[in-house]
Design a protein around this ligand. Structure first.
Ligand SMILES: Nc1ncnc2c1ncn2[C@@H]1O[C@H](COP(=O)(O)OP(=O)(O)O)[C@@H](O)[C@H]1O
Ligand SMILES: [Mg+2]
Length: 386
């Protein structure tokens, strides 16, 4: 029984670690399964806390998602009392509700991956969810890809904000913004133009009147107020945009190991960021003003999470100042790329999206509608991009 597992580990160590994407460092599991009537199809999976993600692969020696298949499958990771199964079922329920609400109010799901089909026992006799495969992979991978052009980055930004705008229109909050939760699809009917969709609705919630919900998503993209709200999504969206555009700077660096705009000085330093993190994600982990921890669970990240939602206005203001300094630096560096004078408009918008909500100063973050409108106006400005 053990032998095939060792064989699989051996195979993976040779040909899988070809991507920088953090979740791709997880060890995938290869097995032969019967799926939708076809026998002996080999799968490869990445696993999160709740769901295991399965791809079809063509053969065992060259382990990549089969480019000819349209689908990806989710099954729950084993848990006692079927907790993860319930969570996955709830996620699908949320996806369906978002889809339904948007149909009612005439909103668009173009930038939301909310279509899914459920099966009682498609894989390993487990509850299985079938979704469209994003052939471009997740956004973190695309952001890091030096082949991603500035024009594509600008379009992805628009997709991202449109996705959040529609989600908020359906009266849902997302609650776990990060590039790995956004997927890149190729639109065959539109000259293979790539389209970004927000996916992974595991933390998404319907907005209830006045009830304050605590933020349960990743800590790096969490807003200073540490609560789950539409406004918090706007903050997280801004950080995703920062990751998107700062890689335009990194890709032009001669030394590719330089993945930071800014070295946090000793007096502001908190904890060493994981080597897997780049740019603003490194910055928020290393800077003491933020409650951001490295991916995964550790004692220090748990302690930081405990403080979430409890910061004073002064502490939140310190976060705002640190983030705005980072964005100013981003602007200076982007002015040396093809964005040139357009960099300022983008960075002014990012600052308004990352404001701390400070009652004491009557200063508040903009909402997603305003952010999208300003991004659209900005995008249309004359550019120097060839
Ligand atoms: N439809 C899909 N197409 C391609 N890759 C996917 C798809 N769904 C998930 N993935 C990959 O699996 C990873 C984890 O999926 P996600 O839905 O975010 O699960 P988790 O809840 O475990 O974070 C994503 O970051 C992405 O790399
Ligand atoms: Mg995820």
């Amino acid at each position: 029984m053990l032998q095939p597992i060792f064989l699989e580990l051996l195979l993976f160590s040779n040909n899988y670690y070809d991507s920088n994407s953090p979740q791709n460092n997880r060890i995938p599991i290869l097995t032969d399964r019967k799926v939708e009537g076809k026998r002996s199809i080999v799968f490869h999976a990445t696993s999160g806390a709740v769901k295991r993600v399965w791809f079809l692969v063509k053969n065992r020696t060259f382990v990549h998602p089969d480019p000819t298949t349209k689908w990806v499958y989710y099954t729950p990771v084993f848990s006692f009392f079927g907790k993860n199964k319930k969570e996955l079922e709830e996620e699908v329920e949320t996806m369906k509700k978002i889809d339904g609400h948007l149909k009612e109010v005439g909103g668009s799901t173009r930038n939301l991956a909310v279509r899914a089909r459920e099966y009682k026992n498609l894989i390993s006799k487990k509850y299985t969810v079938k979704v469209r495969r994003a052939s471009g992979g997740d956004f973190e991978k695309k952001i890091r890809d030096i082949k991603t052009s500035l024009n594509q980055r600008i379009k992805f930004g628009l997709n991202l904000l449109s996705g959040f705008k529609n989600l908020h229109q359906a009266n849902f909050v997302y609650g776990d913004p990060k590039p790995e939760n956004c997927l890149i699809y190729n639109n065959r009917s539109n000259n293979d133009r790539e389209n970004l969709k927000i996916a992974d609705f595991g933390k998404a919630k319907k907005v209830e009147s006045d009830r304050v919900l605590s933020y349960k998503g990743n800590t790096r993209f969490a807003p200073p107020e540490g609560t789950l709200s539409k406004s918090g999504d706007v903050y997280g969206a801004a950080l995703i945009l920062i990751r998107n555009f700062e890689e335009e700077i990194f890709k032009n660096e001669k030394d590719n190991s330089k993945t930071s705009l800014y070295t946090v000085p000793n007096q502001d330093f908190d904890a060493k960021a994981s080597d897997k993190l780049r740019g603003v994600e490194r910055f928020v982990v290393e800077h003491k003003a933020f409650l951001a921890g490295n991916p995964g669970v550790s004692l220090s990240s748990l302690m930081k999470r405990k403080k979430m939602g409890k910061l004073t206005d002064i502490e939140m203001k310190a976060q705002q100042t640190a983030m705005h300094d980072y964005i100013t630096l981003l602007q200076f560096r982007l002015e040396n790329t093809n964005l040139k004078s357009k960099a300022k408009g983008l960075c002014d918008l990012l600052k308004d999206m990352t404001k701390a909500n400070l009652k004491s100063e009557n200063s508040f973050r903009i909402d997603i509608q305003e952010a999208l409108q300003r991004y659209r106006d900005w995008e249309k400005l004359p550019s120097h991009i060839k």
